[in-house]
Design a protein. Structure first.
Length: 235
């Protein structure tokens, strides 16, 4: 992909968004990896390619199950074409097991299965550190309309069922993850990515991480673990 011929609309920690047309963008997955809000960062060759491959795979699966996504088609190893959605300024976080900040926040141990999936929200704002936000505050600040917020929760829980069921067959636990959504033509679409950067995946038998916690916690080679996840899901 010749990115120098396209207009760069946005660059984040892990992706670049280029304008393809008035209705479409090209999403390029970088090899950059960060943790702790960018305090720890590196570039690891091959990471972008793996995350793009996993994201495309899951978006196609989710679309087939009736949930609209912004994914349109693959471009190359690191890029795909997507609908130019207007991103909703919220991250939807689904938790199936206790881990990460959830354990720190409530003083509980890691790895406890949660009886019913927990849905949390954070405000997409890097300057504020993406703070947690509850439904009442979301509606009071008019971040989204209530019907859209309800749609986000409905889609997120349905996606949780789709991914959890699929991964269980691969002996992988979907611990927790974040989702982003956007609006296109007055309709809600799943956007951004679903990858080991945005999810916690554990081996069911060993509880070993197959996600970015390997990098966060210096638990091994990130590419090795991401590649193992790829192999386990047969792509």
């Amino acid at each position: 992909m010749k990115t120098n011929e396209l207009k760069l609309l946005y660059e984040g920690k892990a992706k670049k968004i280029y304008e393809k047309s008035s209705d479409e963008v090209i999403i390029y997955f970088k090899d950059d990896v960060t943790a702790f809000n960018g305090i720890k960062k590196d570039s690891i060759i091959g990471k972008g390619k793996i995350n793009k491959l996993i994201t495309s795979f899951f978006f196609k699966m989710i679309e087939e199950k009736g949930i609209p996504t912004h994914f349109i088609s693959d471009v190359d190893d690191n890029s795909f074409v997507a609908k130019k959605v207007k991103i909703i300024p919220l991250e939807v976080i689904i938790r199936n097991y206790t881990a990460g900040s959830f354990c720190k926040r409530y003083g509980i141990e890691k790895g406890i299965k949660i009886q019913k999936p927990i849905v949390e929200y954070s405000l997409k704002d890097d300057d504020l550190g993406d703070p947690m936000i509850c439904k009442n505050v979301i509606l009071s600040l008019k971040q989204v309309e209530e019907k859209i917020l309800n749609r986000l929760e409905y889609y997120s829980l349905k996606i949780n069922n789709i991914l959890s069921s699929f991964l269980e067959e691969k002996n992988i636990i979907l611990v927790d993850y974040k989702l982003e959504f956007g609006i296109y033509d007055n309709k809600v679409y799943l956007a951004d990515e679903i990858s080991p950067d945005t999810c916690r995946f554990w081996d069911k038998d060993t509880m070993e991480s197959l996600d970015k916690d390997v990098y966060r916690e210096d638990k091994g080679n990130l590419i090795d673990k991401y590649s193992e996840f790829l192999r386990r899901i047969n792509i």
